[in-house]
Design a protein around this ligand. Structure first.
Ligand code: AMP
Length: 492
């Protein structure tokens, strides 16, 4: 998962792209970058490893002159971590294209071969985003237009859709022309458009989440539709077109569970309200399975579970207490490359308020259980603090399959629920009882926000991938994500 943004305005946009990236920082902390285009058609750019506030210093900002541009925050998924993977990525032909991508292509290896052997394009990394950029560039070049019109660009996006499999939400700066944005035909990753009145024209933003719109004075216009392309030319004229014959809305449900900010609304579904509904359904599940429950207190594992936990506590009519205080400055435990580091980091990240646990039956609530590292450690801490019984509820169903669409979770074999029943997971993490959200209830939690969306991308729960996937791709990914294999590889 990454965060992307494009802004087109009457005056310089760099400081607003910077602010947007700060608001998207939760979507990626590995690297950040932006490219803006000035009136002479010259590009000004800056990208590097690290947090947004570290990448952009005053001296960089002063040089980022331009009234339209795109930005990116990176969370490593395909390829790896390193400076060369920072985005936006650039190709100089045709026109100069700078592209920011959120998602993951699942056929990037075969596309890379096509690009090299048939289209004679050099790729400098094994990043799928570089592949996507070159496919798009090649398809735009084939339109043979000195000054590309929206129609030329939309034709190229149609061809890109045909060639690329997987998930991609994209904003691309076409030098001298404007900003092109598009979303894969399943609309797996989110992309929202906002607008505001400038002095002489409308100004636009297109971003992964609309939480950032209000603070910059933008109003949400709409989502980019699955398969659709939108072009905002440098004068601020917007045009759009459906570029896929097989477009079908299947947004990633994990955006609502964990990835997105609660103050975002994606595909017209409020993330916050969907999390409240997750809490409501979890409460029903608990009452169905343990009507005579003896839970004294509901305690969330901060931050992303707090909304669901509060609603759950209300529905059960049980006190809601904060039992953990989070150190916000430690970074996400997930990014730690090895399990031992992850375990230590949970303890450093969360401090326990012992009195909230002493002699109580507690229900801990998390948004999801992935490797089980957090839940196991936290249950151990709750018991050490004197809890009588520790129940554990997850706002998401058991995660049993790996994510192929841009969320770097874990290799399948490292997912605690893979090949395990709920009871076996309960034993593994040391809980007295576990309550997992039912998949249908999770779907209802999201769908009730926008009944027009009937399908979601839920493959991490049921193993059914909505796009073509080759078995060799699955094996390669498994290899690159597995801790044990990482260690063997590094020892060689
Ligand atoms: P684990 O300890 O591996 O079971 O991780 C579960 C915790 O990681 C939950 O508290 C989630 O909030 C969080 N989480 C879930 N998915 C991700 C992700 N892709 N990146 C970072 N953290 C995540």
């Amino acid at each position: 998962m990454c965060g992307i943004v494009g802004i087109s305005a009457e005056s310089n946009v760099a400081s607003e792209i910077y602010e947007s990236l700060l608001m998207l920082q939760h979507r990626g902390q590995d690297a950040a970058g932006m490219v803006v285009c000035d009136d002479e058609g010259r590009l000004n750019s800056r990208k590097s490893m690290g947090y947004v506030r570290d990448v952009f210093q005053q001296r960089h900002m002063e040089k980022l002159i331009g009234s339209y541009g795109v930005g990116h925050v990176r969370y490593p998924t395909a390829g790896g971590a390193g400076k060369e993977f920072a985005q936006p990525m650039y190709v100089n032909s045709p026109y100069g294209i700078s592209l920011a991508h959120n998602g993951n292509l699942t056929n990037s290896k075969s596309l890379a071969k096509e690009l090299f052997f048939a289209e004679m394009r050099h790729l400098n990394t094994d990043s799928d985003s570089e592949v996507l950029l070159n496919i798009l560039a090649h398809e735009i070049a084939k339109q043979k237009a000195i000054n590309p019109t929206p129609e030329h660009l939309f034709k190229a996006v149609s061809k890109t859709h045909i060639r690329c499999d997987g998930a991609y939400a994209v904003v691309a700066l076409i030098t001298g022309a404007g900003i092109l944005a598009f979303r894969d035909p399943n609309g797996i990753r989110p992309l929202v458009i906002g607008e505001r009145e400038g002095k002489n024209r409308k100004e636009y933003v297109i971003a992964s989440e609309n939480a950032l719109f209000a603070s910059l004075g933008f109003k949400t216009l709409r989502d980019v539709e699955p398969g659709e392309a939108v072009f905002i030319d440098k004068k601020g004229i917007i045009s759009s077109k459906q570029c896929s014959l097989s477009a079908k809305s299947q947004p990633c449900i994990f955006e609502y569970v964990y990835l997105s900010r609660p103050d975002s609304t994606l595909d017209q579904i409020s993330v916050y309200q969907s999390r409240m509904r997750m809490g409501k359904y979890l409460a029903k599940n608990i009452l169905d399975n343990m009507s005579d429950h003896d839970i004294d207190v509901v305690i969330p594992i901060p931050d992303s579970s707090t909304t669901a936990a509060l609603q759950l506590a209300n529905e059960l009519n049980i006190p809601y207490r904060e039992g953990f205080v989070k150190n916000r400055y430690i970074g996400r435990t997930f990014i730690m490359p090895y399990q031992e580091e992850r375990k230590k980091s949970v303890r450093r990240k969360l401090n326990i308020l012992e009195l909230e646990f002493l002699n109580k039956n507690v229900l801990l609530v998390d948004d999801s259980i992935v490797r089980g590292t957090t839940s196991k450690k936290i249950i151990e801490m709750a018991k050490m603090a004197g809890a009588k019984k520790v129940y554990f509820a997850s706002a998401a169903p058991p995660i049993r399959y790996q994510n192929l669409y841009g969320i770097d979770m874990a290799a399948t074999e490292e997912l605690v629920a893979h090949n395990k029943t709920e009871e076996e997971v309960c034993v593994e993490i040391g809980a007295d009882k576990i309550f997992y959200q039912q998949l249908d209830d999770l779907i209802s939690s999201a769908k009730e926000g926008n009944p027009k969306i009937t399908d979601f991308e839920i493959s991490i729960f049921n193993g059914e991938y909505p796009t073509p996937i080759s078995s060799s791709y699955l094996e390669d990914l498994e290899m690159s994500r597995s801790d044990s294999k990482k260690i063997t590889r590094e020892a060689k």
